[in-house]
Ligand binder design. Structure first.
Ligand SMILES: [Fe+2]
Ligand SMILES: [Fe+2]
Length: 133
């Protein structure tokens, strides 16, 4: 299975700024018994997250999502590091779609900062949380 994942990642041209987080998320998902597509989503979920993302970007993103979602949506449209951070789930999903990922993988990436609505999303959210630096 690992070989298959590596092949897929090679095909998708993955990697990205936060390679350790990506591989750790995938490792945890494997340990939790996730299937191939969920593991691929784990490897790719933060691919569009800017390398220069800072802690305050994450904190502000959570606060805006909770208290000012429309302001958050407006701020996510620009080209700044903060905008690209706020929009990284959607942009990462688009990259994955362009690279030929399945709808399931694309959807998991797109929603990985939303409240999980099914077992796949709960698995990815848990692995993402446990793989935090
Ligand atoms: Fe993320
Ligand atoms: Fe993540």
């Amino acid at each position: 299975m690992l070989h298959r994942v590596q092949q897929t990642v090679h095909y998708l041209g993955a990697a990205g700024a936060d390679d350790r987080h990506a591989t750790e998320t995938a490792r945890i998902l494997r340990g939790l018994g996730a299937d191939h597509e969920v593991i691929v989503a784990g490897l790719l979920h933060d691919r569009a997250k800017p390398a220069a993302t800072r802690l305050w970007h994450r904190v502000a993103g959570v606060l805006l999502a909770r208290f000012a979602p429309r302001v958050r949506a407006r701020l996510a449209r620009g080209g700044s590091t903060f905008a690209r951070y706020l929009d990284h789930a959607r942009r990462g999903a688009e990259l994955a779609r362009a690279d030929g990922a399945s709808d399931r993988v694309v959807g998991l990436i797109a929603r990985h900062h939303d409240i999980p609505v099914d077992d796949d999303e709960r698995l990815l959210a848990r692995a993402d949380r446990e793989a935090l630096p």
